[in-house]
Design a binder for this molecule. Structure first.
Ligand SMILES: Cc1ncc(COP(=O)(O)O)c(C=O)c1O
Length: 416
């Protein structure tokens, strides 16, 4: 008997149509190996992982309390860890956050997914930054929203455009999602005035605001701006993360939400994984209370600040002044705007051949734009490597920009 052919494609849910394999990932498959310099990944630098202190914390919690450390736990997360997070907001900003409003998540990435689950029906509108974090676009796309992207300027979202977008999608816009501190991919920080104005609009248009804030501890000049919750407490969900200040492999972050939203998010999380990794939560908490975390964070800040300065100096030196780039006050990223005609995908291909990489802008746009942009991450390379990598990359860019002119010249001289 002939076996019936098995149509695997017909198995997949409609929502999978919205998420495609990344072209950039394909191009970066060949990236790596000896001498390769990557400015592509948004990875924290492992030199700042507190390995020894985590070994000590792991041993301590296992020896003292293995029966509960290795057991299932409550969905909301380990209460002392939630208290630690609340105390840190109090210490940094004077903000009072009841621990009932804090949920421990498997990284802030899970917070994005949970918000999609509880808030989005297909066709609902999400207002995001243009360019905006590609991981949020990916996570939320699974719930089939329409993205209405608003231009991100030097001080934050463009307010006229935001007002227009909110009016155009009245009743369908579920939330606005922004990263006001050291944004991914641009490194931009929202001004105080812009935060206040956005808070006013959130109140006026009766929408929810999601503040995705994994970088706020990484300010080069001290403290970041106030969390949006300080301006509109009842209409903000705040996502935080231990990835950039301790270690991303622990997959621990948090979500702060008003009670009604928290209740639904907790129900959704129960169906996903019961709770974030309890063992990791306990180790992390022990580490946080047994070590001077502010000093640790200060070292990360200083390290990234120096690496950012090195990248800015190298870009100033190697690129012509008509190629602007951002000068971040914190975080891990610089955003380069190439001339209109440039194609970052083509440049990336050539750059990988020259053993250097970056992320092209397209994944950060929901409307097919972004070809002329590059995201450079300075978190992983030391200053000398950054200098070498930027000089390689600049050569590739300059050749690429010269290429059409050279070809024209070739044609003209052939005709002459
Ligand atoms: C803006 C933004 N949000 C969320 C995340 C997810 O971080 P994690 O899940 O490690 O907390 C990242 C990671 O790079 C990010 O850049």
């Amino acid at each position: 008997m002939m076996a019936m052919s098995f149509d695997v494609e017909s198995l997949f849910a409609e929502r999978m149509r919205n998420v495609r394999p990344s072209l950039t990932r394909e191009l970066l498959k060949n990236a790596g190996g000896p001498g390769f310099i990557s400015f592509a990944g948004g990875l924290p630098n492992p030199k700042f992982f507190p390995t020894e202190a985590l070994i000590t914390a792991t041993e301590a919690v296992l020896r003292e309390d293995a029966a509960s450390v290795l057991q299932y736990a409550v969905t909301e997360g380990y209460p002392p860890l939630r208290e630690w997070i609340a105390a840190r907001y109090k210490q940094r900003f004077g903000l009072d956050i009841p621990i009932e409003q804090i949920l421990i998540t498997s990284g802030s990435q899970q917070g994005l997914d949970l918000l999609g689950k509880v808030l989005l029906d297909p066709g609902d509108v999400v207002i995001n930054e243009r360019p905006g974090y590609q991981g949020a676009i990916h996570a939320l796309s699974m719930y089939q929203p329409r993205f209405a992207s608003v231009t991100l300027g030097d001080d934050g979202l463009n307010l006229d455009e935001l007002g227009h977008t909110l009016r155009a999608h009245a009743g369908r816009a579920k939330f606005i999602i922004i990263t006001p501190n050291y944004q991914n991919p641009t490194g931009i920080t929202y001004s105080e005035a812009r935060r206040r104005a956005i808070a006013d609009m959130v109140r006026r248009h009766n929408v929810l605001l999601v503040e995705d804030d994994p970088y706020s501890e990484l300010g080069f000049e001290g403290e970041s701006g106030l969390p949006m919750r300080a301006y509109v407490e009842d209409r903000v969900v705040l996502l935080g993360s231990f990835s950039k200040i301790v270690a991303p492999g622990m997959r621990l972050g948090w979500l702060v939400a008003p009670p009604e939203i928290m209740q639904r998010v907790v129900i959704a999380k129960q169906g996903v994984d019961f709770h974030a990794n309890n063992f990791a939560q306990r180790v992390l908490h022990r580490y946080l209370i047994a070590n001077p975390i502010s000093e640790h964070i200060a070292r990360i800040r200083a390290g990234y600040a120096s690496q950012a300065r090195a990248m800015i100096a190298a870009l100033e030196c190697c690129l012509p002044p008509d190629i602007p780039f951002t000068r971040p006050q914190g975080g891990m990223f610089i955003w380069v705007t190439l001339p209109e005609s440039a194609d970052a995908m083509v440049i990336l291909k050539e750059a990988v051949a020259q053993k250097v990489s970056f992320l092209p802008g397209m994944p950060f746009f929901t409307d097919g734009g972004g070809r002329r942009y590059m995201r450079l991450s300075y978190s992983q390379a030391d200053e000398a490597t950054i200098e070498e990598g930027i000089s390689r990359l600049a050569r590739v860019i300059l050749q690429h920009l010269d290429a059409p002119a050279t070809e024209q010249f070739g044609i003209r001289s052939a005709m002459a």
